[in-house]
Design a protein. Structure first.
Length: 327
């Protein structure tokens, strides 16, 4: 759990208040006391967070409607022509994840502006995006993220937007790619699930453990003139989100883009499997990391403190940014 969530929980517990996990948009109304306590805690948390981040982050507070009640931070030059949106997983601080994963450093080297939507503890004590809640898949939290993008990419600026998410963030990225494809040049879903796999907390748990059910359609009927490029990444030993989810997501997009399974370019490395398809407009990539768990893969001898960032067979941040900037 992130430090902010821990402190807020401590404050509420001391006052014998329990906000609980909020999973439905219609349940976002919190008591006056809870909001009062959060208002008191916010300045304290701001002071405590000083020095936690290696880079200069700025809060994006004015970006329009925020039906999902999310926070937003950005780093980099607002005039940049490229925007990278990073969606964290459960129990993660988005800014710390961006730094520890290497995404921020790679984005800065590529002159990308970085946007980090952040879940609030009062929405979900584990800090998970509500990817499984129908009200948040296109409206709610998803709509807030789109509003943030519009806030940094107003009409006329024409930034090229890239989206990446890990775990719950990957599932939300899948929702956004389906419901708002026109916003993105490329999307990466890492250890995530396909849009439509769940519509409740119970079905979300089932989807994560077992993958989509037999009756789940391979192709969601979302009309779009063009689809973004998609990269799907999974660890073969992921015991939190079943790798079947990634394979079904690839199947969904192959059908959507009209790509034959036999047309894939296959690279069977010693520690990963890479498959690549090229359509008329979009590109599809599937990377399976052999023996890798539910985490973000970093290369070299990195030893991040985040358990969901692990040394692995590839520097995933570098590979993604290189792919997107070279294409």
């Amino acid at each position: 759990m992130g430090r902010t969530a821990t402190i807020v929980q401590g404050v509420l517990k001391a006052h014998r208040l329990h906000p609980g996990n909020v999973h439905n948009a219609g349940m976002r109304r919190h008591s006056t006391i809870n909001r009062f306590l959060l208002a008191i805690a916010t300045p304290l948390l701001s002071l405590l967070s000083t020095g936690l981040y290696a880079s200069q982050w700025q809060e994006l507070s004015q970006f329009g409607a925020n039906p999902g009640e999310l926070d937003a931070w950005f780093s980099g030059n607002k005039a940049s022509e490229k925007l990278l949106v990073v969606l964290h997983g459960c129990k993660q601080d988005g800014r710390q994840f961006s730094e520890a994963s290497g995404l921020l450093a790679q984005a800065e080297a590529a002159d990308m502006l970085v946007l980090v939507p952040q879940q609030r503890a009062l929405n979900n004590l584990d800090g998970c995006f509500s990817w499984f809640n129908p009200a948040d898949q296109k409206g709610g939290e998803a709509a807030s993220i789109i509003a943030m993008i519009n806030g940094l990419n107003p009409s006329g600026s024409r930034k090229t937007v890239f989206l990446v998410g890990l775990s719950a963030g990957g599932a939300m990225a899948s929702n956004l790619a389906d419901n708002y494809p026109q916003y993105f040049k490329a999307v990466a879903v890492v250890a995530g699930v396909p849009h439509g796999c769940a519509n409740s907390l119970v079905s979300a748990i089932s989807c994560m453990k077992s993958g989509p059910g037999e009756k789940w359609p391979d192709s969601q009927q979302t009309p779009s003139a063009s689809w973004p490029d998609l990269v799907v990444v999974t660890g073969s030993d992921d015991d939190i989100v079943n790798p079947r989810n990634s394979k079904r997501l690839v199947g969904q997009w192959r059908e959507r883009l009209g790509l034959d399974s036999l047309d894939a370019l296959v690279d069977n490395g010693e520690s990963y499997i890479s498959q690549s398809w090229r359509g008329e407009q979009s590109r599809l990539e599937y990377w399976e990391l052999t023996g890798f768990p539910h985490a973000w893969s970093v290369g070299g001898n990195a030893r991040p403190s985040d358990p969901y960032i692990q040394p692995g067979p590839m520097d995933l941040s570098r590979r993604l940014i290189d792919l997107w900037t070279d294409s």
